[in-house]
Design a binder for this molecule. Sequence first.
Ligand code: UD1
Length: 340
Amino acid sequence: MSKYILVTGGAGYIGSHTVVQLINSGYRPVILDDFSNSTLEIVKGVEQITSTQVLVRKVNVCDINSTRAVFNEFHFEGVIHFAAFKAVGESVSEPNRYYRNNILGLLNILDLAEEFNVQNLVFSSSCTVYGSPKGNRVVTEETVLQDANSPYGNTKRIGERIISDFVNSKVNLKVLNLRYFNPVGAHESALIGELPAGKPNNLLPVVTQSAIGKFGPITVHGNDYSTVDGTCVRDYVHVVDVADAHVKAVEWLMEQEQSLEEHINIGTGKGTSVLEIINTFEQVSNVRLDWVFGPRRKGDVEEIFADASKAYDVLNWRAKKTVKDAVIDAWNWELKLKNG
Ligand code: UD1
């Protein structure tokens, strides 16, 4: 019989792509989502891609009793915990909302995992825990962590710390903290993708929404960094590859006997500048972008990309798709949103 996997935030951007890959790999994911930052259309998209009826419970993970009811309903082999707020700027203006939601949600999942003896947990972390890396721009999991730039970043840093303390205090919990670099793109079917609430801040949604005419010129934040062309460099990783990493993470955890906690970078190992993204977009879409240089964005890291060798060594995972694939898929998704 297929194994049930709880996916909190499973209707979200990375969550929905992960649900698709779990179903394709023979699991029965159960989406727990409050739909504060997603819609049922995304679930319908997942159902269309997989030709499967998806199990969904509309529950806020901060409500422990409703979340417990879902743990009572299914026998979970593992939990993938995505449900969290993730807008950096918003977290600066509303820190208490971010701490309450992201930390309380995690504490509830840890309590319920213990209560129901669910031993396998994948936690959605971020390369934001590395802050601005000093010296080397390629970060391994051993790179010393820095203070986070925002309350959002802090919730990931503190979340990892809470998990460590939890694992150290009990037996029977195996955790992989996946530190994503910059997930981008959409499912190649264009049936699911990113749905940024309000005006986006992340680069690729800014590019595709500007190209489709939702707003005016793109501002490239800074052109005087010590990088290949003066603009910031990031490790953009296709969201379907990120989703695959979660399936591999759950499978690896299920094979482990002992309580443990590991951190794994999920990136491609390649850096791409802002201008390179803009050029790639223009090439693949045949749409000329309207963009201008603006000042540096506060808190931006100059250049960071993953040493992703641990993901390969431990999980046998490496990114298969390219930045170009991601740009094509993100554009098709934007066109689909426009044309319905
Ligand atoms: C941001 C967050 C990070 C979070 C990640 C995923 C910060 C400092 N970091 O990463 O914690 O995990 O999003 O949501 O906010 N850019 C422009 N013009 C734009 C938008 C972006 O030039 O209109 C540039 C940025 O300056 C940056 C690059 O594009 O150099 C990527 O930006 P973005 O997509 O926001 O990701 P990060 O800043 O890497």
